[in-house]
Design a protein around this ligand. Structure first.
Ligand SMILES: *[C@@H]1O[C@H](CO)[C@@H](O)[C@H](O)[C@H]1NC(C)=O
Ligand SMILES: *[C@@H]1O[C@H](CO)[C@@H](O)[C@H](O)[C@H]1NC(C)=O
Ligand SMILES: *[C@@H]1O[C@H](CO)[C@@H](O)[C@H](O)[C@H]1NC(C)=O
Length: 617
């Protein structure tokens, strides 16, 4: 009897303790193969979730298959990141609505009364809000509703690193991911030629591409941004700064849209001396916004092309644009690095946007004028904008993969730059095969600057930073320009259940993962968007903090040891310890039982004794 108890009770107790009682889930985590830095983060997340009985299986996909999985919603967990300034929050949020990307699917099963469609309506609505204060309130609501749904877990903010030789000074962070304002640097000693290895879309630099302002890859943002400028530029906290327009005025238009009047900056010249004026502005708009290019395959990925009704010159220094409806991000979108930056009129193949459009000759479907909706993409004749640096020359070669790459690209300063000629006379972009070579060149003083992410890893940056006293280098970081997120796909079971999503969120120890995997260089964030982005500095509750007890409570409902567990965020009782305590209880109970029975027996004996005494008396 006693032996049976000793075996049975602990077994029952064990069944109710720790991970054994947690709801078991098996989910997948898709990742692009070869992304070394994210793999270690995924590793950390997987270990955290294992403690709760959630088995995560990583699926490594080619870039193409990864995109396909996002398009079809075939994933449980996936990394994502905001687009950063100047796209946050409105372009990124608008992107969710296109239906063929991960966020769209992640938002499939929201808790009523919220729904994906309701959130999309809120986004559409705020885009048309003309009052600044109202926009603030509306964005706040969007951030809050989305936050409650636990479909996007903000992980960390990405900062843009810069390593610079101390012979240069005057570092100022760029305001977009690929904005590297080298023209603001001062040269304290040595050559006025600055050698740079920039972070590119390819990570380590490969090629600056065609350097045409009106199309996309393989053009690189950072190089185009040195050469070409737009009407306005993006400033801190989403301010709109004057650029090729010195000022602007916005007023309602009788058609229900708005009239933007841009007073163009005077005395500005393109590289090569052609003057900037309204005819140049109009020519650029004519080419970029020609009808066949407005579709989603070309420039229709953002709002502005569909919003513009017409544009014209009031005089040679006044450019007028009329929009179809109120669209508040209009100016913000004019600050994008492409496709509406200004090319010198001398660089167009043809003034006519139909017979010789500035779109790249490789763009499909536009090679003949068979019908009314065709144009001819003729590319550009010269690389010439108004920016602080001009393209001079390049030396190219073919790399091991057979791709044409640039070994060196030389830019020279634009002496007549309206913002003042740079102290840097020449900017030499140098390609290295590996990060080790980049680091060595920096330490040897052969390379002056590394600007941008994806070149040096966290360990290298930490090492360089900690030896600043002796290596003549300085390391700088921008503010968070983009946030990295974890998508939790509510469109796929078991993540359709918000309790599962909350369990996952509370089980992930961001601080520890960032500390161990990224050397603490990146900091955890609580909001989907960087706080610097317009309308994004909002307080969101409840905080999606690491809270393993809460996660256990949600996912492992019967938790006898939990009420007595220790302070928040600390380890709760380990299974071994609770089994031990359970056993101790059982033994004590049995001991008490035995004592009790013994005392009963003793009482009985006592009574019997008394009775027999009485009888004998
Ligand atoms: C072409 O651009 C270069 C600068 O990149 C400039 O020096 C040259 O004068 C331009 N040519 C014309 C015809 O504008
Ligand atoms: C006109 O040309 C475009 C692009 O080449 C093509 O997509 C479209 O189907 C054509 N339309 C007609 C009516 O032929
Ligand atoms: C650092 O700069 C000083 C002064 O220009 C120079 O003498 C020294 O050799 C440099 N050290 C390194 C490691 O480049």
């Amino acid at each position: 009897m006693l032996a049976l108890l000793l075996v049975l009770v602990p077994t029952m107790l064990l069944a109710q303790t720790g991970p054994a009682d947690c709801k078991k889930h098996a989910i997948d985590f898709i990742m692009v193969e070869g992304d070394v830095s994210l793999v270690s983060i995924e590793d950390g997340i997987r270990m955290d979730l294992k403690r709760l009985g959630i088995t995560v299986t990583p699926r490594f996909l080619s870039k193409e298959d990864f995109n396909k999985a996002h398009e079809t919603g075939d994933f449980h967990l996936s990394f994502s990141e905001t687009w950063g300034a100047p796209y946050d929050p409105h372009s990124f949020a608008s992107g969710w609505m296109t239906g063929d990307e991960g966020h769209y699917h992640a938002m499939a099963n929201l808790e009523p009364p919220a729904s994906r469609e309701a959130i999309f309506d809120m986004i559409q609505d705020v885009l048309q809000e003309s009052d600044h204060r109202e926009r603030e309130t509306k964005w706040k609501d969007i951030h809050n509703v989305l936050h409650q749904q636990a479909v996007m877990l903000p992980l960390w903010g990405k900062r843009v690193p810069t390593v610079m030789n101390n012979r240069l000074t005057g570092y100022q962070a760029g305001l977009q991911q690929f904005d590297y304002p080298l023209h603001r640097l001062q040269v304290l000693s040595g050559s006025t030629t600055v050698r740079i290895s920039p972070g590119a879309q390819t990570g380590i630099f490969q090629s600056v591409g065609r350097l045409d302002p009106h199309t996309y890859r393989p053009n690189e943002f950072f190089a185009n941004n040195w050469i070409y400028e737009g009407l306005v530029s993006y400033g801190e906290y989403g301010q709109i700064l004057p650029a090729l327009a010195q000022s602007y005025n916005v007023e309602p238009h009788t058609n229900g849209g708005q009239k933007y009047t841009f007073s163009l900056r005077k005395g500005v010249t393109f590289h090569g001396g052609i003057p900037w004026n309204c005819e140049a502005a109009k020519l650029n708009f004519d080419h970029v916004l020609v009808e066949p290019l407005l579709s989603a395959d070309y420039h229709g990925w953002y709002g502005l092309p569909q919003q513009i009704l017409e544009w014209s010159c009031e005089d040679s220094a006044t450019f007028v644009v009329i929009t179809k409806s109120v669209y508040y991000p209009f100016l913000q979108e004019l600050s994008f690095i492409r496709p509406l930056r200004m090319l010198s009129p001398a660089a167009f193949v043809d003034k006519d946007p139909v017979t010789g459009n500035s779109c790249h000759a490789g763009w499909v479907d536009f090679t003949s004028l068979e019908n009314d909706s065709s144009i001819i993409c003729a590319g550009i004749k010269n690389i010439s904008g108004t920016g602080p640096f001009m393209f001079r020359s390049r030396t190219s070669s073919t790399n091991a993969d057979g791709d044409v790459v640039d070994d060196e690209v030389l830019f020279v300063r634009h002496d007549n730059y309206w913002g003042g000629a740079s102290q840097v006379e020449e900017l030499l972009v140098v390609r290295y095969d590996t990060a080790e070579q980049v680091k060595k060149a920096l330490l040897d003083g052969l390379l002056d600057v590394v600007w941008g992410s994806g070149v040096l890893n966290a360990q290298d940056l930490i090492e360089i930073e900690s030896n600043e006293e002796t290596n003549n280098l300085s390391v700088f970081f921008s503010n968070d320009v983009q946030n990295v997120l974890l998508l939790l796909n509510s469109g796929k079971t078991p993540l359709n259940d918000i309790t599962t999503r909350k369990t996952i969120i509370h089980a992930i120890n961001k601080v520890r993962i960032l500390e161990t995997e990224m050397g603490g260089l990146e900091r955890p964030v609580d909001n989907v968007f960087p706080l610097d982005a317009p309308y994004c500095d909002v307080e969101l509750t409840p905080r999606w903090d690491y809270d393993i007890e809460k996660a256990m409570l949600i996912n492992c409902p019967v938790q006898p040891e939990l009420p007595n567990a220790k302070s928040k965020g600390q380890n709760s009782l380990t299974p071994g310890l609770s089994i031990g305590l359970g056993l101790l209880c059982v033994i004590l109970v049995i001991f008490a039982l035995i004592l009790f029975r013994r005392s009963q027996k003793y009482k009985k004996q006592l009574t019997e004794m008394k009775n027999s005494e009485a009888e004998s008396a």
